[in-house]
Design a protein. Structure first.
Length: 454
């Protein structure tokens, strides 16, 4: 039987970062098992007919000093800095993102409703709902007009459930809140001001976002990542995992980065309250259609949001704008996104037809364009749903896992809404905690020395 100090399930950014930082700490041996033939997970890329596609737009927003240093070192010169060009398309008009600060250009009736609603939240704060739901938060933060014309239809398309069922834990960093002056200014003129967490972003010049996980994997020890090796079962009591093609692995500590629901489905034994908590976790599947066509787009846009129901997608982005090398010369590549609650059956052929029709209606595709590549890549567990049951369920699960020597980290392991830099930092933090924890444990029980195991 193979033995390791730390067994890491999943070779996405969370798993790779954990192994990388454990190596830097130097005290513990670790091994990653990854189901797919290559590392990267959701931050991976794939090539077809000269196009490089990611799993929808994967843009680097680097806010943390260490996170930035790590990524810049890993990608050494293969990163370009872009100023975001993101838009909303509604009523046949492009307005700048975010909608709440850029209504200029929309029909005057829409602008009036947005402004009146927004200023009512300031002058008549007693008139706005106080409830804890995302829906009520939108109403009291932006007012009825902005909610009617963007916040509600857009978020209902993304979350696919009543917004009164969602809480506000997830939106803090992701939904910009402009001041009254900015809302007013953005209604009367084309305000070229950048709002939000992603005003600029970095993206690899060559190779798609895959170069990031690849760079981390290249810094690990030979044999430290076993690709094409799905975890089939984990015995949490015996601390033994069964891995297809590898066999049984005995570990001291386990780091899970698989979607929490999947991990709990293969972990045994689980107390009934943990199985029940798992049953309360909700998520959406992202259906992403990747498309390449034979005309160079000249709009200069990076991505566009579509709040209106007549379009079957909520966002369309241009891979070929992130890097010239993502598509052949004189061609354009796109990702077209929609979601469904997990488990809902989707007729992809029908969805594809309606997406292509929508792209033509809004002018992204022209009749004369020849489609060169069309590739569906659903992300089964794409968005964790922040409903009112989530936090207590996740906390109970994490407490139980900690009691059996397991951590669960990353966007899906920790069951949260996060981004790549945060995921890398999750791995670092986990490695530091494990190293610290283990040193402490070793000093308290010298007979159970945690030497590297092979
Ligand atoms: C639609 C969308 C858009 C996004 N856009 C951005 C963006 O623009 N910028 C940004 O910073 N972040 C973005 N993100 C977030 C980013 O993708 C994540 O933060 C990050 O990739 C999560 O990495 P992870 O390692 O936690 O999870 P994952 O990448 O999901 O890694 C988990 C790994 O586990 C493997 N696995 C699954 N089952 C098994 C098994 N049984 N055995 C072994 N291995 C298994 C998987 O193959 C995978 O490699 C986006 C996410 C989505 C869904």
């Amino acid at each position: 039987m193979i033995k390791t100090d730390v067994l890491i399930l999943g070779g996405g950014l969370a798993g790779l970062s954990t192994a990388y930082h454990l190596n830097r700490q130097g005290s513990l041996e670790s091994l990653i098992v990854e189901k797919e033939p290559s590392v990267g997970g959701t931050a991976g890329s794939f090539e077809k007919n000269g196009f490089v596609f990611d799993h929808t737009g994967h843009l680097l927003h680097l806010h943390d000093a260490y996170g930035k240093k790590l990524v810049l070192e890993l990608l050494q010169g293969n990163l370009a800095l872009h100023q975001r060009s993101s838009w909303i398309y509604s009523r046949g008009i492009y307005t700048r993102y975010p909608f709440q600060a850029n209504t200029h250009g929309l029909p005057s009736k829409v602008i009036d409703e947005c402004l009146l609603g927004f200023f009512k939240t300031l002058h008549r704060p007693d008139s706005v709902p106080r409830g804890p739901s995302f829906r009520d938060w939108c109403l009291r933060t932006f007012g009825a007009g902005i909610c009617k014309h963007f916040m509600f239809p857009y978020n209902e398309k993304l979350w696919r459930r009543p917004l009164s069922e969602l809480n506000t834990e997830w939106q803090g960093r992701f939904v910009p809140k402009p001041s009254a002056a900015e809302v007013l200014c953005g209604a009367i003129l084309d305000q070229r001001k950048f709002f939000g967490y992603n005003a600029t972003f970095r993206y690899p010049r060559r190779g798609g976002i895959q170069v990031l996980p690849d760079a981390l994997a290249a810094r690990l020890k030979p044999g430290q990542v076993r690709t094409g090796s799905p975890a089939l079962a984990v015995d949490l009591r015996e601390r033994v995992a069964s891995i297809q093609g590898v066999g049984e692995i005995r570990y001291e500590r386990l780091v899970n980065t698989l979607p929490l629901v999947d991990f709990l489905d293969l972990a045994r034994p689980l107390p009934s309250e943990i199985s029940e908590a798992r049953g309360r976790l909700r998520y959406n599947t992202v259906y992403c259609l990747n498309l390449g066509f034979d005309r160079r787009d000249s709009s200069g846009r990076h991505w566009v949001y579509y709040p209106e129901n007549k379009y079957p997608f909520y966002r369309v982005g241009y891979y070929s704008r992130f890097a010239q090398s993502n598509s052949p010369r004189d061609a354009t590549s796109l990702y077209i996104e929609t979601t469904r609650p997990a488990g809902v059956a989707v007729d992809l052929a029908r969805l594809e037809n309606s997406m292509l029709k929508g792209l033509r209606e809004c002018g992204i595709l022209r009749r004369s364009d020849r489609i060169l590549v069309k590739l569906w890549k659903p992300i089964r567990c794409g968005y964790v749903v922040y409903d009112f049951a989530r936090a207590a369920s996740v906390n109970a699960i994490m407490r139980h896992l900690a009691s059996v020597g397991a951590d669960s980290i990353g966007r899906y392991g920790a069951w949260k809404y996060s981004f790549m830099e945060e995921t890398l930092l999750d791995g670092k933090r986990c490695a530091e905690q494990l190293s610290g924890l283990t040193a402490e444990a070793a000093s308290q029980s010298p007979e159970k020395e945690l030497r590297p195991l092979r």
